[in-house]
Write a protein that binds this ligand. Structure first.
Ligand SMILES: [Zn+2]
Length: 713
């Protein structure tokens, strides 16, 4: 059967080789970096047309923190038929404009260009494998369904829940990343990827006059770096790399703190646990120093399970029918969406083209071998299922989702934020069971019935968000109810992402551009505001009224670590009026507000810069806008800063870890109680629950009564 099919498929595909290369060229010309959501539209349109032509229904799955994803299935299919999943990604690592430096080029049967190997070549195979089956009247063994996401190169942060859902309902998954090496070997094992931050604290003293009382965090870190590298175990596929270190204040001060960021790759879940334990067990060498480890696994390992091996064996046999040798790539260090699908279903990856130099300037594929790679995929789709009944494995570690009798809320954040401590103690005083948990300890300390509230802030250096986003993501995957999930925190903290989401939701926001390598914005003109992409507290925010000021500012901030890492955001200046509003939104409702007035001689209103906060009942337009902005970034508890402009307001910033206190309380209401009620955290009530005063005001009408009609939304 396979031999007969191979005999028909290969000639058909050979005949269509030029058409395949042309489709690939069109896809490559449609540049689509992961971070430019709008750029995904062009490849989306091309793929949708191709799939619709062969009788597929194409659906757009809205990306929250990414561009839209494409899902397609045959228009005609039998209900209840098993499914097989084809997975690819349309995003690339290449910024818009790369084609100018790295043009499409055909040379000796090779096609060079950004995204050819990773992985638009794989998308072409996907389209033509399905088209060949369609046109030759060959019936796949299970209904093929297609997922093409737009965020793989940024860790599939948005599409992972979708991939999990599709994989858990599929009999098997084929992933179209390119093959390994000159033979295009297939992949059934990929390492899991973890990221950890090691923070050392020492004791600072003057290095000249009082060195003997100091404890150098840098010296301590140097010991720990040695230990970390010693955890490498290449024979068992475990790699540990201290990728960056940072620390110290000045040459003449004994270093008070130092940090290292550690990349960990592990072949199995067991190895992941072991290495995580080894990191948590690190103890200081110097007396008086402390070691703190945060972080966790980002992608689970793809293990060479028997079901993956059986797919690989089928591919080898089918390769033989096609006259090509199919090899096993062995354990691959990099991750892909196969790491996710493999947890739920039999998975074979590396079925994309034979190519080289993914993510490098000479990225290319071998177009001569496109037909045989595509034929292999077609044959796999025809291959009878091992277990037609779909043995669906139990989802690992899924928490109990039944409504708990008494809910405890675990606030994930640091106690460095007074507000986090205050939230917990205020809620406890109201009879709401609450604990403050460090992100690194969350997995160990949480009960299945806990509700999790993410309150991670920006690091003081403004280089990144505090560690813990990945832990939040994992908790969500395990089935916890997570308020302020990782997407929402990232979307509120990353002002570039905020700008995109607000623009998409058509909410007023200053026009924003991101400068990294360029020296001037493309469209904006002074007066401008320069600010860190991840920022807080009004720090390093500059107003530039002229180009000369702008250039001076840019020169000044170039040396900042956050600039080197994130570039800078340029926004049009909304003329400051000396005050603004900060509204606190919880569970889609207004729960608190203040008016912030700038200090003397200061245009920014931040309290850290001398601003003052006053209680206020905000006008309805401000309430509606703040609630819409919170919804646009999917945040459950977030502050929204609004600047009066024209006869309305403009959204300036959001913060998922904002500080607040009793000043924020609306008239007659307590802000902490209002937030708990809006988030539907119920107090302990032994009698089975009379409603608390706040929970009676659930409806818009109740709200309106509570605020004298000010916030009817
Ligand atoms: Zn890829």
């Amino acid at each position: 059967m396979a031999a007969v099919a191979a005999g028909r498929l290969l000639p058909w595909l050979d005949e269509h080789r030029e058409e395949m290369v042309e489709l690939l060229e069109r896809l490559v010309r449609a540049e689509s970096p992961s971070v430019d959501f709008g750029a995904q539209e062009a490849p989306f349109g091309i793929l949708a047309d191709e799939l619709e032509r062969i009788g597929y229904a194409v659906r757009r799955v809205r990306g929250g923190a990414a561009g839209d994803h494409l899902y397609a299935r045959p228009l005609r299919r039998r209900r209840g038929d098993p499914r097989q999943l084809l997975v690819g990604h349309m995003d690339t690592v290449w910024p818009l404009g790369t084609l100018a430096e790295m043009p499409l080029r055909r040379e000796d049967g090779l096609l060079f260009g950004p995204g050819t190997a990773d992985m638009k070549g794989g998308l072409v195979e996907m389209v033509f494998a399905l088209r060949a089956l369609h046109e030759l009247g060959l019936q796949p063994a299970a209904t093929p369904v297609v997922l093409v996401n737009s965020d793989e190169e940024i860790g599939s942060i948005d599409s992972t829940p979708l991939i999990r859902r599709l994989a858990s309902g599929a009999a098997r998954a084929f992933v179209l990343e390119s093959g390994e090496g000159p033979d295009g070997s297939l992949k059934i094992a990929r390492k899991g990827i973890g990221s950890f931050t090691v923070t050392i604290r020492g004791r600072p003293t003057h290095a000249g006059t009082d060195p003997e009382h100091g404890v150098s965090a840098i010296l301590e870190l140097s010991h720990q770096v040695q230990r970390l590298f010693a955890l490498n175990d290449p024979a068992h596929g475990v790699t540990v790399n201290v990728g960056t270190i940072d620390g110290g204040l000045r040459p003449n001060v004994v270093a008070p703190a130092a940090t290292a960021i550690v990349d960990v790759r592990v072949p199995t879940a067991g190895a992941a646990r072991e290495i995580e334990q080894a990191l948590r067990d690190l103890t200081p060498v110097l007396e008086g120093a402390t070691v703190e480890v945060k972080g966790g696994l980002r992608r689970p390992p793809m293990e060479p399970l028997p079901r993956n091996r059986s797919l690989l064996a089928a591919a080898k046999r089918l390769g033989h029918e096609l006259g090509v040798v199919v090899e096993d790539a062995g354990l691959v260090g990099g991750g892909s969406d196969a790491n996710t699908t493999s947890v739920y279903t039999a998975t074979l990856d590396g079925l994309g083209p034979i190519g080289e130099s993914s993510h490098a300037i000479d990225e290319r594929i071998d177009t001569a071998r496109l037909p045989e790679r595509t034929a292999l995929l077609s044959l796999l789709l025809l291959e009878p299922l091992d277990h037609p009944g779909i043995a669906r494995p139990p989802r690992p570690g899924v928490a109990d989702r039944r409504a708990p009798t008494s809910t405890r809320v675990a606030v994930i954040g640091t106690d460095a934020s007074g507000t986090n401590v205050e939230i917990v103690s205020e809620w406890r005083a109201l009879g709401i069971d609450a604990v403050l948990v460090d992100s690194a300890a969350a997995a160990a300390r949480l009960r299945p019935s806990d509700v999790v509230l993410g309150r991670l802030d920006i690091r003081p250096t403004m280089e990144s968000v505090e560690p813990g986003l990945l832990e939040l993501l994992l908790l969500e995957r395990r089935g916890y109810r997570v308020l302020n999930p990782a997407f929402a925190l990232a979307a509120a903290h990353d002002k570039l992402l905020t700008a995109r989401l607000l623009t998409r939701a058509a909410l007023p926001h200053p026009r924003t551009e991101h400068l990294h390598r360029r020296n001037a914005p493309a469209r904006l003109r002074p007066p401008l505001v320069l600010k860190p992409r991840l920022g807080s507290w009004g720090l390093d925010v500059f107003r530039c009224d002229t180009w000369a000021e702008f250039r001076r500012c840019l020169d000044d901030i170039r040396a900042r670590p956050w600039f080197r890492r994130q570039g800078v955001l340029v926004q049009e200046l909304v003329p400051p009026v000396g005050h603004d509003l900060r509204l606190l939104v919880a569970g889609g409702r207004l729960v608190g507000a203040v008016r912030r007035v700038a200090g003397p001689g200061e245009w920014r209103t931040n309290v850290s810069l001398g601003g003052t906060r006053y209680p206020i009942v905000p006008p309805p337009a401000a309430c509606a806008l703040a609630i819409a902005a919170a919804a646009a970034v999917h945040a459950d508890l977030v502050s929204v800063d609004l600047l009066p402009s024209g006869d309305g307001f403009t959204v300036i910033e959001l913060n998922g870890a904002a500080d607040f206190n009793a000043t924020y309380s609306l008239p007659g209401r307590d802000v902490f109680r209002a937030a708990a009620a809006a988030l539907r955290l119920r107090p302990r009530s032994p009698a089975g629950g009379r409603p608390t005063p706040d929970s009676r005001h659930r409806t818009g009408a109740g709200e309106a009564r509570a605020y004298g009609g000010a916030c009817l939304v």
